[in-house]
Design a binder for this molecule. Structure first.
Ligand SMILES: [Zn+2]
Length: 153
């Protein structure tokens, strides 16, 4: 559904991602910032991250960098995600990031991912992860009672 609130949130996320999007050389082995991501949580907070490219496969995507930032700050429920690549192009999460996002929360399939910054169109994460391998397992795992989460639902 397209509403002014939705548009305002997308605009905030796009602006947040673009504010982090600039290539920088950290060292002879590490570069960062060619891709930037911004996520909005169910609390309305925005977390950003940039891709970190290394010479030893220890880097991470912008989306995972933003997720790490969010988790560090104590949140884990994402409602929206924007990824901006160089040349101002909207990106889509890679397979690894899609999987991590799906595992974060039982409602992660409903995360809206921007697909076009001109008309602010989006897709839901579950559209990008059809037939997810762990579909329905959240309930089973939560019944094990080893997940001690604050859950007001
Ligand atoms: Zn990724």
């Amino acid at each position: 559904m397209k509403t002014q609130k939705n548009d305002a949130e997308w605009t905030l996320l796009i602006k947040a991602a673009k504010s982090r999007l600039h290539h920088r050389v950290i060292s002879p082995f590490v570069e960062a910032g060619n891709v930037a991501a911004a996520i909005m949580t169910d609390q309305g907070n925005i977390y950003t991250g940039v891709c970190i490219d290394t010479s030893c496969s220890l880097g991470m995507c912008a989306e995972r960098s933003a997720v790490a930032n969010m988790i560090t700050c104590g949140e884990s429920r994402i409602t929206r995600l924007v990824c901006i690549k160089g040349n101002d192009i909207v990106g889509s999460p890679c397979g690894s990031c899609r999987e991590l996002l799906m595992q974060l929360d039982r409602n992660s399939g409903d995360i809206e991912i921007l697909t076009d910054q001109n008309n602010l169109s989006s897709v839901k994460l579950k559209q990008l992860v059809p037939d997810w391998w762990a579909e329905g397992l959240f309930e089973t795992v939560e019944n094990w009672n080893w997940l001690d989460r604050d859950d007001d639902d």
